[in-house]
Design a binder for this molecule. Structure first.
Ligand SMILES: NC(=O)c1ccc[n+]([C@@H]2O[C@H](COP(=O)([O-])OP(=O)(O)OC[C@H]3O[C@@H](n4cnc5c(N)ncnc54)[C@H](OP(=O)(O)O)[C@@H]3O)[C@@H](O)[C@H]2O)c1
Length: 427
């Protein structure tokens, strides 16, 4: 059998620890699959004394030392878009070492430059674990769905948000209460901003967009909205209309360019995306003439993420599978952002208003002035002088028209809270 692939792992936490254990548990089978043994020859974490359930040779508290070791491949599992993770990946590539990482934040920001650095030296930079954990979506978009032009990628890419929305629906509890429980159960970070604010989904979407559409990952060409303002009432009304609310990352071709957005969306209950529950992830790819494909599974956690890292290591051991984003980094074009109103959708609108004469007419007037026409409406709670909820579904409308109308409506003294608008996805 060929010489072992020497692997140094920087970051021995949830994912790094999982990789060490998975390689140890299936060493013989992985060697057969890879054509050579996978040998862990070094590792790094901050705390040398932490109990991790395994022992590593050549432990160092300085991850950059791994880039100067005799390892063939550096596995970066520290995280963060800058700092030591970026320095390590750059140093590893500069020193002629392949890199495997789960770091979506780093690649969403510096992906094109790092891919160019890797390709210049004929090195692999692999990141299956960075998007949707154990779901092999990076490989699928990069290697399988090639014959026809991918039209759209829509994904539930953040398990924390999906868990919160699922629990809100099941219990009727508020976002804040469910978030607190999720933090206690370990489903949400102490600082949940990157997850619930949509930033983590944006990182992953930028990577999927890059592979699907041949563009450099570009966070600046993306609007990002989180789930913090979603109420149990929205979830309840959604179900009355036959929808569920999901945080989606959506990237699609339009006539004017690529439309990339992260936002809560109403998804029809019969759509596969609507049935991705709890902390799971789901991705719908519209692969043009080849049709739609749906992928779902565990998007985070030790075993699913380690599974993706190990798959990348086996691929590196075999000699790899082509450029980082599926085409040479020099061929990744700047993302042409779609015109603001390229994608028309129906909208769910919710207003908290005082139940006073004329309030409905006032809302309808503003909507009509902005060219927003209403398909259906529900009004709930009738207590004169107290707030009531008015919910409307619009016909297909540009976002800017809805925003214009809502700005005018929000200024009314009969409106009690910021009006809510959520797009309704066709699939
Ligand atoms: N967790 C998941 O389910 C998941 C899923 C997909 C992708 N990812 C990505 O995988 C990466 C790792 O995530 P994780 O959940 O495994 O994180 P984690 O459990 O917090 O582990 C991070 C590891 O990095 C080490 N570390 C942190 N700063 C360091 C420094 N300055 N120098 C040396 N070592 C340092 C820590 O050392 P100590 O152990 O000594 O503290 C720890 O071993 C991140 O990029 C994350 O976004 C994670």
């Amino acid at each position: 059998m060929a010489a072992p692939l020497k692997i140094a792992i920087a970051g021995l936490g949830t994912v790094g620890g999982g990789v060490v254990k998975a390689i140890a548990a299936r060493a013989d089978e992985l060697a057969v699959r890879a054509g050579r043994p996978l040998a862990i020859t070094g590792g790094s974490a901050r705390d040398a004394n932490k109990a991790r359930g395994f022992k590593l040779e050549n432990f160092t508290a300085d991850p950059l030392a791994l880039a100067a070791s005799d390892a063939d491949v550096i596995v970066e599992l520290i995280g963060g878009e800058e700092g030591v993770a970026r320095k390590l990946v750059e140093a590893a590539l500069a020193n002629g070492k392949h890199v495997v990482t789960a770091n979506k934040a780093l690649l969403a920001k510096h992906g094109k430059a790092l891919a160019a650095a890797a390709e210049k030296k004929n090195l692999h930079l692999k990141f299956e674990a960075a998007v949707a954990g154990g779901i092999p979506i990076v490989k699928t978009l990069r290697e399988s769905l090639l014959a026809y032009e991918v039209q759209a990628v829509k994904g539930i890419l953040n398990g924390t948000c999906n868990y919160i929305l699922t629990e809100m629906e099941a219990s009727g509890a508020s976002f804040a209460d469910v978030l607190k429980d999720a933090q206690k159960l370990g489903y949400a970070e102490a600082d949940p901003t990157l997850d619930v604010g949509g930033g983590d989904t944006a990182h992953k979407l930028a990577l999927l967009s890059s592979i699907a559409f041949g563009v450099a990952p570009d966070l600046s060409a993306m609007t990002v909205e989180g789930i913090q303002h979603i109420t149990p009432a929205d979830i309840h009304f959604a179900s009355e209309f036959g929808f569920r609310i999901k945080l989606l990352g959506v990237a699609r071709r339009t006539a004017s360019g690529i439309d990339q957005k992260v936002h809560p969306a109403m998804v029809r209950t019969r759509s596969p995306l609507a049935n991705v529950d709890g902390a799971a992830n789901g991705i719908l790819v519209d692969a043009g003439q080849a049709g739609p494909f749906f992928f779902s599974g565990r998007g985070a956690g030790e075993a699913p993420t380690a599974s993706a890292v190990v798959a990348d290591l086996v691929e590196v051991a075999r000699g790899g599978d082509g450029p980082v984003f599926g085409r040479p980094a020099s061929g990744l074009t700047a993302l042409p952002p779609a015109a603001a109103d390229a994608a028309l959708t129906p909208w769910y609108l919710r207003f908290e208003v005082l139940d006073l004469p004329g309030v409905l007419a006032e809302i309808a007037g503003h909507l009509s002035q902005s060219g927003v026409s209403i398909e259906s409406m529900i009004q709930r709670g009738r207590d004169h002088g107290a707030p009531v909820a008015i919910v409307m579904i619009t016909h297909e409308t540009p976002q800017s028209a809805v925003e214009r109308a809502l700005k005018a409506i929000a200024a009314s003294d009969k409106v009690r809270a910021r009006p809510c608008m959520i797009p309704m996805e066709a699939a």
